[in-house]
Write a protein that binds this ligand. Structure first.
Ligand SMILES: Cc1cc2nc3c(=O)[nH]c(=O)nc-3n(C[C@H](O)[C@H](O)[C@H](O)COP(=O)(O)O)c2cc1C
Ligand code: SF4
Ligand code: SF4
Length: 282
């Protein structure tokens, strides 16, 4: 059985979770392959690698963006080959979403449903509380320094539970009802949100030509190769709004209203009735 860890972590929070799972699996003498999608957009090649493996446990790691998983992670799940039956016992999955304490939205639901449609049992899931990556200038970002030892301890436990399931056939996937933790109000709100809608609300990532020195730092750091010189850096439709370009620019050439963003995020977190904890679902 090969464990394939598929992730995209623009700001590094999700990566801490990936590393914990990898460490736990390696210590248990498991065969581990990490597929990091950061600046690695050959989704076809990645899908081929994943589909080419016969017996596998696929671990999907995504941050929650606008209440859903990142499109790149969903694209990989969508490109998976469908198992003949749900009980084929060849391909399994584990789904993990890191969220910034506003709402984990429908991230786990979306991944679960797509995997279920491919007859791939989900053996476990987790929503991991992490520092909100849009608040890097804030003196007190939501969930500062998270995920911490305690959160990663839960991930360690989840990994052992999955290994235990795999070594005790028949292997049972979790039921969808386990992930049905959002209130109707939150579900309805989450259904109306997504990255494309957010992109229409926020200013596009276009460098201010009066500030930009064409140093190229933003282009080099963009996780999804969305920035192009046009003639100054400008994001194309692949942009996921991670703000890495804003963070790295030495000239502050990208517009970003820190104060307003901080206020908006604090308000949304206050309005959300989701408990602000890391949870595992087995
Ligand atoms: C564009 C954008 C949208 C986000 N949307 C949400 C959200 O809907 N709910 C939430 O709790 N956190 C949200 N976050 C915060 C991230 O989910 C959280 O910080 C995550 O840990 C980032 O992962 P990373 O550090 O691996 O990039 C968002 C962050 C960004 C940049
Ligand atoms: S253009 Fe900027 S905000 Fe958009 S994905 Fe690239 S680094 Fe992130
Ligand atoms: S990092 Fe800033 S200054 Fe450098 S190319 Fe990008 S926008 Fe221009």
């Amino acid at each position: 059985m090969k464990h394939i860890l598929i992730s995209l972590s623009p700001s590094g929070g999700t990566k801490k979770v990936v590393d914990k799972v990898a460490e736990t699996l390696t210590k248990s003498d498991q065969n581990v392959l990490k597929l990091d999608l950061y600046r690695n957009v050959n989704l076809e090649a990645i899908a081929d690698t994943v589909n080419g493996e016969k017996e596998k446990c696929l671990w999907f790691f995504t941050p929650v963006y606008a209440d859903h998983p990142l499109p790149q992670i969903m694209d990989i799940i969508t490109s998976l080959r469908t198992q003949k039956t749900y009980d084929s016992n060849k391909t399994f999955a584990v789904i993990i979403a890191s969220w910034g304490g506003v709402s984990s939205g429908l991230a786990l639901y979306d991944m679960y449903n797509e995997l279920r449609s491919k007859n791939i049992p989900v053996l476990g899931a987790s929503k991991v509380l992490a520092e909100h990556s849009s608040m890097w200038k804030s003196p007190k970002p939501l969930n500062q320094h998270k995920p911490d030892k305690n959160d990663l301890g839960k991930i360690h436990t989840l990994t052992y539970i999955v290994l235990d399931k795999l070594s005790n056939p028949p292997v049972q996937g979790i039921d969808f009802s386990v992930l049905d933790y959002q209130t109707d109000k939150m579900k309805k709100e989450a259904e109306q949100k997504n990255l494309e809608i957010t992109k229409q609300i926020l200013p596009p990532k276009i460098a201010d030509k009066t500030k930009c020195t064409l140093c190229g730092k933003c282009i080099e750091i963009c996780p999804v190769f969305a920035l192009e010189y046009n003639p100054y850096p400008k994001a194309n439709s692949n942009c996921i709004l991670c703000n890495n370009c804003v963070k790295v620019c030495p000239e502050n050439a990208f517009a970003y209203d820190h104060k307003r963003t901080e206020e908006r995020i604090y308000q949304m977190a206050k309005d959300s009735d989701e408990p602000k904890t890391t949870a595992i679902f087995t």
